[in-house]
Design a protein around this ligand. Sequence first.
Ligand code: FAD
Ligand code: DHB
Length: 389
Amino acid sequence: MRTQVVIIGGGPSGLLLGQLLYTKGIDTVVLERQTRAHVLGRIRAGVLEQGMVGLMAKAGIDARMKAEGHPHHGTLISYNDTLFRIDFKAHTGTQVMVYGQTEVTRDLYDARDAAGCRTAFEVEAVTIHDADRDRPYVTYRADGKTQRIDCDFIAGCDGFHGVSRAAIPETVRSEYEKIYPFGWLGILSETPPVADELIYANSDRGFALCSMRNPHLSRYYIQCSMADKPEDWSDDAFWTELKRRIPARYADSLVTGPSIEKSIAPLRSFVTEPMRWGRLFLCGDAAHIVPPTGAKGLNTAASDVHYLFEGLSRYYADGDDEGLRQYSEKALARVWKTERFSWWFSSIMHRFPDQSNFDLRMQHAELEFLRTNAAAQKAMAENYVGLPY
Ligand code: FAD
Ligand code: DHB
């Protein structure tokens, strides 16, 4: 088999890249380790930056998002009973879109099917060959047989635990990592959101986040110990703890109900450099991870897709490989800025096990400065709606 670009990983980065390339007539094959149902069953991000919204429009898959997504013009931040709002619209002239990653992925699979593009699910032993030569190829096992695809380029969109990053020799790679000493316990419930906008809450008992998918579906998170298991937390225990961490006026009006999903996510900051090796390009979680505070994971994957799409379209349009040569540098320049924002926002919102009383006062001072300073609010808003590509 032959294609122009093999895309390893059928998550949001791989699918979005595939759809954008399709609009330019560039042929791709997506190789996905899981079933489609498994990929669509994962509850993950919920907030889309303007850049991601624009890419979905460019890929021609934004009809349902425009009809069913919810633009948010600001967010609420609380620490104990103090509450303030960051007005994205006033500070940046733009907003974010609340539309779940599950829905984005569904729209992308539907579009891929409609376009007749090739996707192989439940593939095993995906292996990258000769990425540093002119004629790379990928092998994998499917239906008990080994398959081979020859290609011009390989896009490694296979997430943090994929094979693509490891295909770059260790002598070439530099990795940067910070592990946070806690996790996020998240639940999804068919209840109305507690507020019209998201609430990021810093409390003496730890962080909490009130988010949503639509007026009938809420997503809530609380900071928890990484030693906890989701089954340790009954729904009642979750709701009781959440109420203790958010301002009283919201705790009093919170509508609770059974959870329909409950999971614990670790918090990590991670970057690998470079994001290109020969004809292999890393995109999204394969190259970097952010802690979830501020909803940058999916959005940073999207900015990589943008740079890689620009590079590949230029190459196939007129043989100009300048965009591809600059891919790693351009993508990483933006990645490090979103790493900074996610690290900063995480650091001011959580309780850390070794926090001194000085550290607590610094957190408080950060939040007070943000609450009272227009320039700090503008910087926060610019980062939240998404830095320019
Ligand atoms: P992924 O979504 O990880 O997709 C990679 C795909 O590659 C997967 O489908 C995987 O099955 C496939 N794959 C892996 N290995 C192979 C292989 N060897 N061969 C073939 N296929 C392979 N971000 C936010 O902004 N907000 C959130 O609330 C949020 N919550 C999250 C919760 C969890 C539990 C996790 C793990 C992430 C969360 N994120 C969140 C981050 C966000 O979901 C990711 O940044 C986003 O999914 C990245 O997309 P991706 O396509 O790069 O990677
Ligand atoms: C969601 C997750 C986040 O990490 C965040 O900062 C905002 C929203 C969510 O899942 O809805």
